[in-house]
Design a protein around this ligand. Structure first.
Ligand code: SF4
Length: 364
């Protein structure tokens, strides 16, 4: 293996072969405008923004159906802004990370209020909108407006880590990738250049077994030249995720279930939930259970169901002991706010987080 060389901000001849490859091999995606013969048509900013928000943490294959559904329900950003938040959350159900859906709606409202329904053609102004971070602002600016900027996602990190044999671990080395990428941004067709890089990372320069022989950039790629493509990007050792625990209290009676809304802040904010105790650090121990039970919404004959529900969030594992009420639920349900009591038959229409679905399924 040859030794790692110092990174220089040298321009590699990648734009022309990459664009040529994109014209022949680039993916046809619902939110994408691809002109036969490599024209320079720009995509609809609403479509680009919507798809980029959906694609955060979700695969292209999953996003397709959701993207179509959203466009059918809300064909424009004005229509989305005029929608009820609960309808947006319901349509989003299954994509996870509901904070994204809330921000999606908030962002649509701001685009209408501040910009008359037109997304601003300015990266900084895009970044100031709710739910739009560095990556999405650069993606919309480049793809929808052709501006000379480029987003850096995991795919693009990988391509550049290999092109330059970067010694820095990812994602820590992202600023270096940004600098290297900035040098490559072409004067024309930057919208296609960016999408071509995304496609190359997704379909050719894959995490394992990259198809280097089919790659239009192999002539410029140091990792390929040195036969070490799969050794890049370098990764920092994975941190162990902590485990947290809680008890959940299922109140189901005569085909009805109690699902109040969580508070406005924190994880799963504003989503409907099976009520839980506080979420505590550490795995659940038998001696913790008495104190968890003290958090039950009312005094009743709670019965502990066997086993645990386990769910993993981005930053921690979650272990839930599920209790179900055996007596008095009917009376108690009758005393609750009717908006929080739902028919079990209607569960599919509610925007229930996956964790809550798992808890309900545990009882079934
Ligand atoms: Fe990735 Fe191989 Fe292409 Fe290099 S030659 S960019 S490692 S697919």
């Amino acid at each position: 293996m040859t030794s790692q060389k110092k990174v220089r901000l040298e321009k590699k001849p990648i734009a022309a072969p990459l664009l040529d490859w994109y014209d022949r091999q680039g993916r046809s995606l619902l939110w994408r405008v691809k002109e036969v013969g490599g024209g320079n048509a720009l995509a609809n900013p609403y479509h680009v923004w919507l798809s980029e928000i959906m694609l955060q943490q979700t695969t292209v294959a999953t996003v397709g159906a959701y993207f179509q559904k959203f466009l059918q329900m809300w064909p424009t950003v004005e229509a989305l802004a005029a929608a009820e938040l609960d309808d947006v959350l319901s349509a989003w159900a299954g994509l996870g990370y509901y904070a994204r859906a809330r921000n999606l709606h908030k962002c649509a409202l701001e685009v209408v209020a501040l910009y008359g329904g037109e997304f601003p053609a300015d990266e900084a102004a895009l970044k100031a909108l709710p739910g739009i971070g560095d990556y999405t602002a650069a993606a919309v600016a480049a793809i929808a407006f052709g501006l000379p900027t480029a987003p850096v996602d995991g795919n693009i990190e990988r391509v550049f880590a290999r092109l330059h044999r970067l010694a820095e671990t990812m994602p820590k080395g992202k600023p270096t990738v940004k600098k290297l990428l900035a040098v490559e941004v072409p004067e024309t067709r930057n919208n296609d250049f960016v999408q071509a890089l995304m496609d190359l990372g997704a379909t050719v320069c894959t995490p394992t077994k990259p198809a280097c022989l089919l790659c239009p950039l192999k002539g410029s790629c140091q990792a390929y030249r040195d036969g070490v493509a799969e050794d890049y990007p370098k990764k920092a050792p994975k941190k162990q995720k902590p485990t947290r625990h809680a008890a959940a209290f299922l109140i189901i009676n005569q085909g009805q279930i109690y699902l109040p809304k969580r508070g406005d802040k924190g994880l799963l904010a504003g989503m409907r939930e099976v009520p839980t105790s506080a979420w505590c650090d550490g795995p659940l121990k038998r001696q913790d259970e008495a104190s968890l039970l003290a958090a039950a919404p009312y005094d009743a004959g709670w019965q502990r169901l066997a086993g645990y529900v386990r769910h993993t969030f981005t930053h921690f594992h979650f272990e839930v002991a599920v209790y179900q009420v055996s007596k008095g639920a009917g009376t108690w349900l009758g005393a609750q706010d009717r908006a929080d009591v739902h028919r079990m038959a209607d569960l599919d229409d509610l925007a229930l987080p996956t964790l809550m679905k798992k808890i309900i399924q545990h009882a079934e």
